[in-house]
Structures are given as structure tokens and as C-alpha cells.
Design a protein around this ligand. Sequence first.
Ligand code: NAD
Length: 395
Amino acid sequence: MNIDTITICGGGNAAHAMIPVIQNHFSGKINLFLPFGDEAHHFQKLINDKKYLTATIGDNEIYGQPDKVSKLAKEACKEADLILMPLPAFAHEQTLLQIAPFLKEEAIIGAIPARSGFEYAALKILKEHKKEKVKIFGMQTLPWACRIKEYATWVDILGKKKSVGMAAFPHEITLELASFLSRILDLKIEPLPNMLTLTLANVGQIIHPGIMYGLFKGKEHITYQKENIPLFYQGVTEEIAKTLKAMSDEILRLTNRIKTLNHDVNLEHVMGLKDWLLYSYKGSIADNSTLQTCFNTNSAYQGLRAPVKKENDCYSPDFQARYLTEDVPNGLVVTKAIAQMAKVDMPIIDEVILTISKWIGKEYIKRGCLKGKDIKDTRIPQKYGMTNLEEIIVY
Ligand code: NAD
């Protein structure tokens, strides 16, 4: 795998963290593609002044700066061997559409994190641009919790995962790519057998919408003083844990159904929610007796509050938060679409999707079918012309 130039897309928290981390473990060129608003101009001006971007990780500092920053896909991507998209899922398609015409024939492009259904969108766009040789990958989550402290200047890396799953297509590149990504991102990348695993094992689709549903269903108009904003993970009650378990069980039922229909598909990495928490947060959960205590006593989740927006002197639930606007159309709705193909019912997930759709002003399900007016903004496989399981299992 010959990778001399890497292009990072976007200028958010994740892209800020990626620049210094990669530069410390990669000797080639790093380009930054910033098509959004006037980010390119702004970033370039600041980095010219400051010279480099600092990432703090605990007591350590690392530094980096991109070799080239551009608003233009051609300038930022035409030399790239590897393109990384550390972007919210709703920006994947528009970014891919911009860069596809300029991709090198043998480039590799991936979403970090992939969320659900990334492969359907990416492969369709690549095919339309006659770039079928371009390879794709997706990572199960972002390796870090990170926040920009000062744009183009300083990013705080608050926590780093022990390992992150990654699937690629074609599958033959997975092992070599995982090893390369492990080196440049400086953490263990666990190769996953297929991209369907990323969709089904996307735990964000359970945790984020599920907890929001539990915290705010029936309390849509509630307001809080700052000190009373509910804790997100530590606020998981027995009732909320029950909803989360029911959602997780529905996805496991779907996974088992797919395995029964096709014995060759490897979905062994799709875990129940509690098992995933225990696997991912081994050292940081004080009481692992129930799903609720796994959330409430996980030190990595400590103190994190529910997304709210300020209204006058009070705070109310933020129904436009990423936890809903990203994880429902690019998570739960995709999983529900696959469940329809496999003829598996998901009554609890349906209820969560229906409730949250109203909150975010979208319609995905209409009369029980995924035919709502906003289904075009999701990544269900049917939107890309795939109507049976065999077509999606190959990825
Ligand atoms: P962010 O909100 O900081 O990213 C914003 C950036 O994305 C913008 O600056 C812009 O460059 C780009 N962007 C946004 N909308 C766009 C659009 N419509 N078209 C083109 N570009 C657009 O997001 P982030 O915190 O960097 O997170 C990236 C991904 O990682 C998300 O999926 C997020 O859920 C996930 N994630 C983040 C964290 C974290 O700690 N930051 C943790 C876990 C997962």
C-alpha cells in the first residue's frame, strides 16, 4: 500500500485532532479539504499566523500543520492516495460528490466514523463517476473524544479509545489498511469482516436516540436551570435501560435472522449493548451488574449532560442535536430498512424513530413503511436501488 499523500476533509473537532496525530506518525504530505463556508480561508489565515496546530492529550502536546489547505476538491484531492472523512454523516454524500471527479484511480476513501449505510452511498457515487477502482472503508467510531479550543490553533483530545473497528471494501485490503491506519492514528484498529457489521454494530444509533427518547418523551416542553440539566449517561434510569436493551435485542434478532438466511456472512462482531460496553470500557465501569449501572458508573461518561439549547435564562432539550439528526437518518432508519428486507419486526425502534421524527420535524415512516417524505435524506439501501439482503451482504 503506497500512501504518500493523505487528504483530510472538513474542519471540525475530529479533523483538528487528526492533523497533529497523523503528522506525528506519517512522513508524507497532508492536505486539508475545506469546502464548507469560508473555512478554508479562515483556517489558512490562522495557520499562517500561528504556524502550527497544537493538540493537547493529558499533559502532552503534539503539533501539526497541513501542507496544503483548499476549498477546491481538485486542489486538495487530486494527489491523494488516502482520503479521510472525519465528518458528521450528513456531510458524507455532498463531500463525496465534490471529490469523486478528482480521485486517483486507485485511491482509498473512508468515513470516520462510518455510521450506517456509508457503503451504499459511497459506491453509488463512485460508480456514477466511473471510479469503480477506488476502495472504501469505514470506522466504527471516532478514535477520540475531542473538542476545538481555538479554531486552527488548539484542540483538546480528551480521551482515546483502546481500539476501533474498521471494515473496507473490497475486503482484500482490510488487513493492510488496518495496519496502516493503526500506525498513523496511533491506536489499535481492529479489522472487521464486512461493512454490514458497521451498520448493525453502530451502537450510537441505540445509545443516542434511545437515551434522548427516554429522557424527554412526554417532557418535550420542559426547561431547566443550568445546574439541573440532566446528566446524559448517568441519567439512564431502569426504564431507559429497558428501552435500550429492547432496541439492542431487536438489532440482535435482525443479525441472527441474517445469519440464518445466509450462513456465509460473518456478523460475529455485532454485540448486545451491555457486552459492547463491557468490551469497550473494561477498566472504567465500576459496577457492571446491569445495563443501567454500566452507564451510570462508567467514568468515561461522567458529568456529560444531555444536549440542550439556551432560551432566555433557561435550557430546553435540543431536538436538533447530532444525537438525533445524525443517528436517526444515518443509523436507526437504515437498520430498520434492512430489517424490512429480512422481515424482522422492530416495534421499539419504530416507536423511537416515530417519536424522534416528530421532534426533528422529519417524516421517515409513513403508515408503517419507510416511505415518509424525508426518506430521501437517509441512507437506506432501497434508496440506492438495493431491495434484497443478498445485494447488501456482499459489502
Ligand atoms: P464537527 O461538528 O466538529 O464537524 C463540523 C465540520 O464538519 C465543519 O467544520 C465542516 O468542516 C464539516 N461539515 C459540517 N457540515 C457540513 C456540510 N454540510 N458539508 C460539508 N462539510 C460539513 O464534528 P466532529 O466533532 O468533528 O465529529 C465528526 C464525526 O465524529 C461526527 O460523526 C461525530 O458524531 C463523531 N464523533 C465525534 C466525537 C467528538 O468528540 N468530537 C466523538 C465521537 C464521535
